[in-house]
Ligand binder design. Structure first.
Ligand code: FES
Length: 96
């Protein structure tokens, strides 16, 4: 399990939770009560896009397929992206 800290676009803490490294982030965040905008859930629309301000190396952007377009190093689509097991807390910043 890896701890994820979710912050709003103005850096306010939304929630912290632990996530499984074998599953995409979006459904896990949702099951912890964290609402991330989403639509396609397949990496095509970018509605679920979050920033990882630390350009975190503990993120994998394509657990469930490839993003439909290139992402900056600090961006992750949470519907297809996931985290690796780490002792570090991963910070995600929502776009809202
Ligand atoms: S919900 Fe569309 S890219 Fe994630």
């Amino acid at each position: 399990m890896t701890k994820v800290r979710v912050e709003s676009s103005n850096w306010e803490l939304i929630w912290e939770c632990e996530v499984n490294s074998q599953k995409p982030l979006l459904p896990q965040l949702e099951s912890n009560g964290i609402e991330i905008p989403n639509a396609c859930r397949t990496g095509m629309c970018a509605a679920c896009l979050c920033n990882a301000p630390a350009w975190d190396n503990n993120l994998n952007k394509s657990l469930r397929g490839e993003p439909a377009f290139p992402l900056w190093e600090w961006e992750i689509m949470t519907c297809i992206g996931w985290v690796v097991d780490t002792q570090e807390t991963i910070i995600l910043q929502t776009m809202t």
